[in-house]
Design a protein around this ligand. Structure first.
Ligand code: M6R
Length: 603
């Protein structure tokens, strides 16, 4: 949440900051700002709303150095006063911040009596604290920053400048992501590599509780006691074209369309020309040794964990338990004797999941992060990593990451199952089955017009809706309803179809949309059909999404049959399109739904 950029030693500083913020807008988009120095004068520019509003105010803003921020509000409303950058009491020091300072009120009370604050943010208190140590107590900028870092508790990525010194940006991080980008004759800081990929593919990691002094021609990493740390750079494998929308109106539609390619990429990554699994033997061994697999995740990734549970259990002969990351970080249940944690996370930066990983590491539990972002925090801190190879996912609504997660876990399940001698795993021809899934997705994608038409009639004006399904379809409706509510603002719940009659059916009235998913199992299907009749009898407007082979006359959307372990991939595709068209026809910003951000880096 929130995006940070900074550049030192480049005469195009304003342009680099604005372009970087545009790339980071997915992290938060309620207000933004930049501070630029090193030109004829210093400039602080802020705007409520999107980066375009900020950009429109930057004519004539020139300098060689600057810091910028796009905000997802945590403390105080999205106003210009609360937008970053924030300044110290005398306005000499200027700070941008991503994260949450837990003890900001104590700091204000203990150190900042008599200070005047423009807004309500924790960040403003942090920069006042640094300013106090430097100007009232006479410390150097570096010493003042270090002293403040020893006092501040919580999560943060900070970029600080002294308005009297355009030669340096001071940065520090704890729990929130921040990278150094290495330019030719200048250097940068950014929340993720995408923000600076136009300028460089050379990056340097910063670890928690490190401070970095970034100048145009040098980067010095220290701990908070001033001890220097060596850090090598690495090359980010990102292509500028990966992060464009091309001719698509929204990233979400592009990312939905990319899913067959993601499936084929995963086949090429995790199997060889003889269709043998190519999964790190160390990972296979670690899972083999576990007596229980714990999947820890949030949101869509959590739903992908559920969608993979049966497959993992049946192929690895190991029970699988799901944990909501934001709960487990503080209330870890009783674990088995030999647990293995799998952290599922598109971004690899989700603070809730990281909190669980920190605990798991303290307890010596082996962990595997399954993520789309190589070098992300969860990837770095887990014992092992498997990548989704889905390419950057930019729409806030996650689509290709969900299907990529289920497919990646299928390779893991099969590799472990084969190593265990599991008969089902040996017979499961994953390469072939996933190719069939890719074709099934393509077939559904060719039905966009039909799906759009159905959505017009069903979801254009409704305030609420239900998804129902049984078995594997139940896991998919959890995801389908999250997707719909997230971007269309329709209040939607996903229910196990048989549960409706135990309470929720009282909500059904004339015209209530109920979307039912029915795949594979004819007995289960007939029960779900019974539940559809029950809601229709009470006035519901039903739409059915049914796998071929068990369809009936009057069904609305037919999905090509795939292996039951992988039906959560093929069955989720029409629900992604339903959410997309519902949002589009309600006139909403599909890619940037209100109140949300792509990477949730606060707990
Ligand atoms: O990056 P992660 O997969 O860890 O993110 C977890 C959730 O925040 C994320 O899946 C969220 O629910 C999506 N916006 C849903 O589309």
């Amino acid at each position: 949440m929130c995006g940070i950029v900074g550049v030192v030693g480049n005469t195009n500083a304003t342009d680099i900051l604005i372009q970087g913020l545009e790339k980071l807008e997915y992290r938060g988009y309620d207000s933004a700002g930049i501070f630029v120095l090193g030109g004829a004068e210093n400039h602080l520019v802020k705007a409520v709303g999107r980066i375009a509003e900020l950009s429109a105010k930057t004519a004539g803003v020139e300098g060689t150095t600057g810091i910028g921020h796009t905000r997802w509000a945590t403390h105080g409303k999205p106003t210009e006063d609360n937008a970053h950058p924030h300044r110290s009491e005398t306005e000499r020091f200027v700070l941008v911040h991503n994260g949450v300072i837990e003890n900001y009120l104590e700091i204000k009370e203990e150190y900042l009596a008599g200070h005047h604050f423009k807004g309500q943010t924790d960040t403003e208190i942090a920069v006042h604290l640094i300013g106090k140590f430097a100007e009232e107590d006479g410390l150097s900028v570096l010493e003042a920053f270090k002293k403040a870092l020893h006092i501040i508790r919580g999560s943060y990525a900070f970029a600080l400048v002294d308005s009297q010194d355009p030669e340096v940006i001071y940065v520090a991080k704890n729990k929130s992501p921040l990278l150094i980008g290495l330019g030719d004759g200048y250097n940068m800081v950014c929340s993720d590599a995408m923000a600076m990929i136009r300028e460089t593919n050379q990056y340097m990691e910063i670890h928690d509780q490190e401070l970095v002094i970034v100048k145009a021609d040098s980067v010095e990493v220290q701990d908070y006691d001033g001890n220097r740390r060596e850090r090598a750079s690495y090359t980010a494998e990102l292509d500028l074209s990966d992060i464009g929308k091309g001719t698509y109106p929204y990233y979400m539609l592009k990312e939905i369309d990319e899913q067959p390619t993601v499936m084929r990429k995963l086949i090429n990554t995790y199997s060889d020309e003889n269709q043998q699994m190519v999964v790190d033997p160390e990972i296979v061994k670690a899972v083999q040794e576990a007596d229980r697999i714990y999947i820890i995740a949030a949101g869509t990734s959590y739903n992908a964990g559920y969608a993979s549970k049966t497959m993992l259990e049946e192929l690895t002969d190991t029970p699988v338990e799901l944990g909501i990351a934001s709960e487990w970080g503080y209330a870890m249940p009783l674990l088995s004797k030999k647990p293995m944690f799998i952290l599922l996370s598109q971004s690899g930066e989700t603070a809730d999941s990281r909190q669980v990983l920190v605990k798991a590491n303290e307890m010596g539990i082996p962990s595997l992060t399954v993520t789309n972002v190589s070098g992300s925090t969860l990837s770095r801190e887990a014992t092992y990593t498997m990548l989704l190879h889905a390419g950057p996912e930019i729409a806030v609504a996650s689509t290709k990451a969900y299907t990529g997660q289920v497919a990646t876990l299928a390779f893991l399940a099969k590799a472990v199952g084969e190593a265990n001698g599991n008969e089902k795993a040996k017979k499961f021809d994953l390469v072939r089955e996933l190719s069939i899934v890719a074709q099934s997705i393509e077939s559904t994608l060719s039905e966009k017009e039909l799906i759009e038409e159905k959505v017009r009639g069903l979801l254009e004006t409704t305030r609420n809706a239900f998804y129902i399904g049984r078995g594997q379809d139940y896991y998919v409706v959890m995801e389908a309803s999250l997707k719909l509510k997230e971007i269309s603002y329709i209040q939607c719940e996903g229910f196990a179809a048989g549960e409706l009659k135990h309470g929720t059916i009282s909500l059904i009235e004339d015209g209530t949309p109920v979307i039912a998913l029915i795949s594979d199992n004819p007995t289960v299907a007939s029960h779900t059909r019974g539940n559809i009749s029950e809601v229709v009898a009470r006035g519901a407007n039903a739409l059915t999404i049914v796998e071929e082979g068990i369809e009936k006359e009057g069904d609305d959307i037919i999905i090509n049959k795939v292996h039951p372990y992988l039906s959560s991939i093929s069955m989720v595709i029409p629900t992604q399109l339903i959410a997309y068209y519902a949002s589009l026809h309600r006139g909403l910003d599909v890619d940037k739904p209100r109140n949300l951000a792509k990477a949730v880096t606060v707990e």
